[in-house]
Write a protein that binds this ligand. Structure first.
Ligand code: MV4
Length: 448
């Protein structure tokens, strides 16, 4: 059994993990940078250890310091949260070598899914549909041009070590292929230290639909429904909802089964997410697999009643998954809005101090945040201030509850995305559930 957990993260997700530990009667150890000494995760953990200066490279990404803190505190396990070291296979290896359990899948699986080109191959062999494209390395321009002719245009070049937009290029016609290929490869090399890229047919319009899965150490794999994450801007998700307005019950079973099959095929353990692209005709393709707990996990919790972080810890401690009835029944509809500290015109992160704040409340409302009056938004970390999560009996109720909650939400002292969310939530196409990943393209020009 796990008795003490170090949380290698900060902000709302660190608090989220501390809460799960407390309910499981597990001691929690926070780590913090010098900039985070007054943070809520430091206050609410049973113990807290400073791991370095504000710069995350020297604190939250500093493996020797984190491992040393874990050894001083005498923890059995480390929960990495999301971001930082969550999908670092090397860190998972180091934890295991130091006799500390890494709460997540094996380092081999993290490594495999971290290479998006390899991930495509694995999924293809497992019989999970992948977007038509390539995996092999090209030895000549001629070979590249021919392969792309076969895939068909438009196509998209993606970084194998990437995810989330960096090193990505959409190519409309063959004229731009070689230039785009070189640019994408160079950008991938400088961003990830790995210039390998792969090519897929560019599908449009599409929705981004991802399935939550849980897998224990005994081969039991279940899916807990999907999240529609199509409302993105610059590869940052802003609103997510569960279930997806685009799925029928039969498509849900088909895609969920494919996600579980994918996880089973690679020997996946713990919580994970299988991302799919879904076309308007209902055809779906594997895109990538995330080997961490995700920012948007609460909407799945709201419609299933399953505490995903507690399940992660239970699985890591070697418990066999209990197939409680609630695991495969979904109730109602949940939506999450990410509230960021951002300039509403340029969407650039703005540091500053929160003078006052008021969180919405009432039935079906959840605010996951580490914010408090006087909170200082740091320039060193990402700009997410809070996640506003609502649940309703159905989508219509969830949407109107979200509008009501956004109206109650007050943050003064810094610019936030609250007003932006109010506009999206009241948009007729959003209200109708009729949107895709292009929904926010050109939004600023239309809403001045
Ligand atoms: C795609 C796609 C269409 N077809 N892949 C991958 C990372 C994610 N942040 C966006 N990704 C996409 N991958 C294929 N085969 C569409 C997207 C996509 C997108 C691509 C370019 C510019 C903006 C985009 C917004 C959402 C989704």
């Amino acid at each position: 059994m796990i008795k003490k957990v170090l949380i290698a993260n900060r902000g709302e997700i660190a608090l989220r993990i501390i809460r799960a530990c407390r309910e499981l009667d597990i001691r929690s150890v926070a780590v913090f940078s010098q900039a985070d000494a007054d943070s809520l995760h430091v206050r609410f953990a049973d113990e807290a250890i400073c791991i370095g200066p504000p710069d995350s490279a020297r604190s939250y990404l500093n493996i020797p310091n984190i491992i040393t803190a874990a050894q001083i505190a005498g923890v059995d396990a480390i929960h990495p949260g999301y971001g930082f070291l969550a999908e670092n296979a090397y860190f998972a290896d180091i934890c295991e070598e130091c006799g500390i359990r890494f709460i997540g899948p094996s380092s081999e699986v993290i490594r495999l899914m971290g290479d998006k080109s390899q991930a495509r191959k694995s999924m293809s062999s497992a019989g999970v549909p992948i977007v038509p494209g390539t995996e092999e390395k090209f030895t000549s321009d001629d070979q590249l041009v021919k392969a792309c002719e076969k895939i068909g245009y438009p196509l998209i070049i993606k970084a194998s070590a990437g995810g989330g937009g960096k090193g990505m290029r959409v190519v409309e016609t063959p004229d731009f292929l070689l230039k785009a290929y070189r640019q994408a490869s160079a950008e991938a090399g400088s961003s990830f230290g790995n210039d390998q890229v792969y090519i897929e047919r560019f599908l449009s319009p599409v929705r981004h639909v991802e399935f939550q899965i849980l897998a224990d150490n005994y081969g039991n794999v279940i899916y807990l429904g999907e999240r529609d994450c199509s409302i993105q801007r610059r590869h940052q998700k802003l609103i997510e909802e569960a279930p997806s307005p685009a799925l029928s019950e039969s498509l849900r079973i088909e895609m969920g089964s494919a996600a579980a099959k994918a996880a089973k095929a690679i020997g996946y353990q713990n919580a994970g997410t299988v991302e799919f692209l879904l076309t308007e005709s209902g055809t779906f393709y594997f895109m990538e697999m995330n080997t961490r707990i995700q920012v948007e996990h609460p909407i799945t919790e709201e419609i299933t009643g399953v505490n995903l972080v507690k399940e992660q810890i239970r699985i890591a401690s070697g418990m066999e998954m209990k197939h409680r009835a609630s695991f495969n029944t979904f109730f109602g509809h949940a939506i999450e809005c990410r509230i960021n500290a951002e300039d509403p015109v340029h969407f650039q992160p703005v540091p500053g101090t929160v003078e006052t704040c008021n969180f919405p409340g009432g039935l079906g409302i959840r605010v996951d945040t580490a914010l408090y009056p006087g909170y200082k938004v740091q320039p060193f970390y990402d700009s997410m201030l809070a996640k506003l999560i609502v649940r309703g009996e159905d989508r219509e109720e969830a949407v109107s509850r979200m509008k009501r909650a956004l109206d109650e939400f007050v943050i003064e002292g810094i610019p936030t995305t609250i007003d932006f969310h109010k506009k999206v939530i009241t948009d007729p196409l959003f209200k109708a559930g009729k949107y895709n990943t292009s929904f926010l393209v050109g939004w600023d020009r239309r809403h001045v």
